[in-house]
Design a protein around this ligand. Structure first.
Ligand SMILES: [Cu+2]
Length: 266
């Protein structure tokens, strides 16, 4: 009899540990905006499709995302509202969004998403990830380090397109326009086709910190789309069913790193 109780207890703790482990494992949320192409040199790539989601990109776990508050394009210092172009989509088996935009002008196109606050019960907090990506077109590349003016934003210090896997990426984190020192930046690979596996949960999300000037550095280990989410706490509270909850603010940037191609040398 006591032995049976012992076994039952052991099973209970194992089950509890499993539940807790999975709960913590699914912590790193990322706002996502992934264009069909990060650079456009040919008219055939100019009709962009942009996938917009809120998810766990390395684990390929989606979450339902409410219709974003705003979706904008900044080009040549001018901001254009593309919010009405958002259409519902299914990404990682969850409610997400998609937008189409055909690039007709050369230069740097910065697409940015402002989501509705998302309440995360597991963390008892709201999450708002201001999320952007940069697409360069038709040979021009000026202005890629211009902020678009989001409340929280990563300003790239490495040109955010035309990069190889293995490059080092640097970014400046701005919160309300000021450098955010000593801030965690979570980094994840968008494991869209499930090609990569983490040896254990510690490897799912990579973490670096900004320095005293709000600058972070990360070396990209393999090719694909990589997301950087600089996290800070907004001083404000938002109401959730009658009680005030803290708000996590994320400045998120998605950028693509390509595998170098082998040429025949001819
Ligand atoms: Cu989640």
């Amino acid at each position: 009899m006591p032995e049976k109780t012992f076994v039952a207890q052991k099973f209970f703790w194992a089950a509890l540990a499993f539940v807790l482990c999975c709960a913590t494992q699914a912590e790193a949320h990322f706002g996502m905006v992934i264009p069909s192409s990060s650079t456009v040199s040919d008219k055939k790539d100019a009709a962009l499709v942009l996938d917009i989601a809120f998810a766990h990109p390395m684990e390929r776990e989606g979450m339902d995302m409410a219709r974003p508050k705003a979706f904008t394009l900044t080009h040549d210092g001018k901001k254009e509202d593309l919010t009405t172009r958002l259409t519902p989509a299914d990404i990682m088996k969850h409610k997400a969004w998609q937008a189409r935009y055909t690039i007709s002008r050369p230069g740097v196109h910065q697409f940015a998403v402002t989501p509705e606050p998302y309440f995360e019960p597991a963390e008892d907090t709201y999450i708002i990830h201001y999320t952007k990506t940069v697409v360069a077109a038709f040979g021009e590349e000026d202005g890629w380090s211009e902020p678009v003016g989001l409340p929280a934003e990563i300003v790239p210090l490495t040109r955010p397109f035309g990069n190889y896997a293995g490059n080092v990426f640097r970014g400046l984190v701005l919160v309300n326009g000021k450098p955010a020192a000593n801030t965690d930046v979570e980094v994840e690979y968008y494991n869209a086709r499930g090609r990569r596996a983490a040896p254990n949960p510690y490897f799912v999300t990579q973490v670096v910190k900004t320095d005293a000037n709000g600058v972070f550095v990360y070396g990209i280990p393999w090719d694909g789309w990589w997301g950087f989410a600089a996290l800070s706490e907004s001083g404000e509270k938002l109401d959730y069913r009658g009680s005030p909850k803290p708000v996590e603010i994320g400045a998120v940037l998605w950028t693509e790193f390509a595998a170098p191609r082998i040429s025949s040398g001819k």
